[in-house]
Design a protein around this ligand. Structure first.
Ligand SMILES: Cc1cc2nc3c(=O)[nH]c(=O)nc-3n(C[C@H](O)[C@H](O)[C@H](O)COP(=O)(O)OP(=O)(O)OC[C@H]3O[C@@H](n4cnc5c(N)ncnc54)[C@H](O)[C@@H]3O)c2cc1C
Length: 411
């Protein structure tokens, strides 16, 4: 069986950036491949809503901070689409998410010969020889259930996050009318005239979906339900934004565990349970206009706890409690859980190799292992606790991918 130098698990922006970095240093050979469970490249397809924009500058694309002259820059993409002049006239650093997905898909299309789409990696197992673990067996399953195994000396695990479903919603989430935000666009058409929708959460996705439901032409009702006292703005001011600079990764990594977690707490309001200020202003304006017209089609239920979520007669019955008041039941036809993602630094896929893994990860994203374990395992996008908030974002893709490409001893 062919022995790959590198197999990348997942082909989202992180491994796409890595493919580019490998190509640019001449290390992308036929002994490198990526495996992606989606049928084609798609960046958070369930949330590619109209009128949503990127939360970082397009200069933080897949390459520019490392190699501004790269073929794979966002600017070169615009040039290839004959949209560069028009884009300049937009006067913005923040393209729409639809356009950024177009950019990423364009970049990914250059690597079709290296990526196996529509295959999910289901197992990673050690293959042992006389001196310990020599390489890894990566097993995949395609959409028809067909299994395939490939062998690799190194793997780069970049699986992204998994939908976080708070316990109170576990049962309701099994129902066809209850979706995580990542499934929103695939289900939006189920919202019919006269329906009432609950959106749970107070972060960017919750706010975006709240507005998107309002914009549906047949005008369903929609409530935004969350525990916090108010929706709060994301801090993207310049000094704070420096925490997303690639050089900040060193600072974070060199800290003690206590300092790291204090840092994450201090800067939580850059990324978690916060909303871009223009969107907050838009929502406030919409609510004001509604008040003016004496209408009640959409509302914000802040300070509101969901004590129970039950399905009855095809509807979602939420037991809600506003601060210290008595609880009451509110009925909805659909519920969207914009409750975020889990990023496990040790995903279940690593279970079979766990006995050889040490607790730590190196600065170059390589999991530390015992000496008898020869393969190298790198992880990307799931190391917020050790490498900082930017790890699950796009901010450091150009630089991190080169750091990993350099650390891979392939020729
Ligand atoms: C709606 C939304 C908007 C965002 N906007 C921004 C933004 O503006 N700026 C920013 O910096 N960050 C943003 N983010 C954060 C986001 O995490 C990053 O943009 C980026 O997607 C991270 O790339 P990744 O490759 O690490 O993870 P992902 O993009 O999640 O990609 C992981 C890939 O791995 C695949 N995969 C997972 N498990 C397997 C398996 N077992 N087998 C095969 N394939 C597998 C998945 O299908 C997926 O394609 C946003 C996130 C969301 C949800």
């Amino acid at each position: 069986m062919k022995l790959y130098d590198v197999i990348g698990v997942g082909f989202g922006p992180a491994n796409l950036a890595l493919a580019i970095a490998l190509q640019e240093i001449g290390k992308l050979t036929d002994k490198v491949c990526f495996i992606e469970k989606q049928a084609n490249f798609l960046w958070h397809g369930g949330m590619l809503l109209d009128d949503t924009t990127m939360q970082i500058s397009y200069l933080k694309d897949l390459v520019t901070q490392r190699n501004p002259t790269s073929h794979f820059s966002f600017t070169n993409f615009l040039h290839h689409q004959n949209r560069l002049d028009s884009y300049i006239n937009l006067k913005t650093f923040y393209p729409s998410r639809l356009e950024f997905n177009g950019y990423l898909s364009w970049a990914a299309s250059h690597f079709n010969d290296y990526c196996h789409y529509a295959e999910e990696v289901t197992d990673i197992s050690p293959i042992t020889g006389q001196n310990g673990v020599e390489f890894l067996a990566i097993t995949t399953r395609n959409h028809e259930g067909h299994e395939q195994t490939r062998h690799a000396k190194n793997i780069i695990l970049s699986p992204g996050g998994n939908a976080k479903i708070p316990e109170v919603f576990t049962d309701a989430f099994k129902h066809v009318n209850v979706w995580h935000s990542s499934q929103y666009l695939m289900n939006k058409d189920k919202i019919k005239p006269g329906d009432k929708v609950a959106v749970i959460g107070a972060g960017q996705s919750a706010a975006e979906i709240f507005v998107d439901v309002q914009n549906i032409s047949h005008q369903p009702k929609v409530d935004l339900v969350f525990r916090a006292g108010a929706m709060k703005p994301a801090d993207s001011s310049p000094f704070v934004n420096e925490i997303f600079d690639p050089s900040y990764t060193n600072l974070m990594y060199e800290n003690t565990p206590e300092q790291r977690s204090a840092f994450l707490t201090e800067f939580r309001n850059t990324n978690y349970a916060v909303v871009d200020e223009p969107l907050l202003n838009d929502i406030y304006g919409r609510l004001y206009t509604q008040k003016l017209k004496n209408e009640t089609r959409f509302s914000i239920k802040n300070n509101t706890y969901v004590d129970a979520a039950a399905i009855a007669g095809g509807q979602v019955n939420l037991t809600l409690r506003h601060a210290q008041q008595r609880s009451y039941i509110e009925k909805y036809d659909h519920m969207v859980l914009a409750t975020g993602y889990h990023y496990s630094s040790r995903p279940p896929l690593l279970k079979s190799v766990t006995p050889w893994l040490e607790d730590d990860i190196a600065r170059d994203y390589q999991l530390r292992t015992v000496d008898t374990f020869k393969p190298k395992i790198f992880t990307q996008g799931i190391n917020e606790a050790t490498h900082g908030i930017s790890d699950s974002l796009l901010s450091i893709l150009a630089i991190r991918s080169a750091e990993i490409a350099d650390a891979l001893n392939i020729s």
